[in-house]
Ligand binder design. Structure first.
Ligand code: BGC
Length: 260
């Protein structure tokens, strides 16, 4: 079995660092043309695109705030101008938000997490699926989290946004399936990236985190990148409307290993 994305036109949101960067690189290595979206650090997005080009691939970076529908529309126009359309959308852009219990949270910061994680995925899926349904092919891969399922104190907006994207995935999959278009989600567990550096960078935090992971290690971003390639490829042609969880067993309730 060989996996190739040769000739496929992909967009990865939040592709300038962490999991998004790993996905962009993995898609590029599998032969896809990759548009690397970023917002606050355009130079990092360009560096990822450049490194894909250095490997002999095709890539460009595109700056856009995914929570802004006009900016998203302009980003898709750019894709059309460059490559004539899109075959793969990876909705990866997201933020954890500042932790606070609900009674202390600042409304604007709660709204921001929902705007980026849920509306952002929605705006991009809307633009992509209109095009994919018309061409009767394509895949949308939404990056959620184990927190589409596991509650996380202090992160109510994050958990609500990821559960929302999960249900949106199932619904959009139903809408797009008659046109041969797949919509699915990938839920990473604790992957070692800048987003959770405050945890893995301190020994106490890391020890506590590893207790929650049966495989007893954090995941590597490349492990999510590789799985993303599988899921958007034809190897997964019969998979739609579901979340694939890649978490070292985090959702397997590791405390039950010590008795129920
Ligand atoms: C969060 C990380 C966290 C992981 C496991 C992810 O969705 O972005 O900060 O380490 O879930 O809790």
């Amino acid at each position: 079995m060989t996996i190739t994305l040769e000739g496929r036109r992909a967009l990865v949101t939040g592709g300038s660092s962490g999991i998004g960067e790993a996905i962009a690189r993995a898609l590029g290595a599998a032969g896809a043309k990759v548009a690397v979206n970023c917002n606050s650090h355009p130079e990092q997005g360009e560096a990822v695109a450049q490194s894909i080009r250095d490997q002999g691939g095709q890539a460009f970076s595109v700056q856009a705030d995914v929570s802004n529908p006009e900016a998203v529309a302009a980003m898709f126009k750019r894709l059309e101008a460059e490559w004539g359309g899109i075959d793969i959308l990876v909705n990866n852009s997201g933020m954890d938000g500042k932790p606070a219990p609900v009674w202390e949270i600042d409304l604007e910061s709660w709204r921001k997490v929902i705007e980026v994680n849920l509306f952002g995925a929605f705006h991009c899926a809307r633009e992509a699926l209109g095009r994919m349904v018309a061409q009767k092919s394509g895949v949308v891969l939404n990056i959620t989290s184990v927190h589409e399922e596991i509650a996380w104190s202090g992160f109510s907006a994050y958990c609500a946004s990821k559960a929302g994207v999960s249900m949106m995935t199932k619904t959009l999959a139903q809408e797009a399936a008659p046109y041969g278009v797949r919509v699915l989600a990938l839920a990473p567990g604790a992957i070692k990236t800048p987003i959770n550096k405050n945890v893995w960078d301190n020994p106490e935090g890391l020890k506590d985190l590893l207790n929650k992971i049966p495989l007893n290690r954090m995941g590597e971003a490349s492990e999510i990148g590789n799985m993303a390639v599988v899921l958007v490829s034809d190897v997964a042609a019969y998979l739609t409307g579901r979340t694939v969880v890649v978490d070292g067993g985090m959702t397997d309730y590791p405390d039950f290993a010590h008795g129920g």
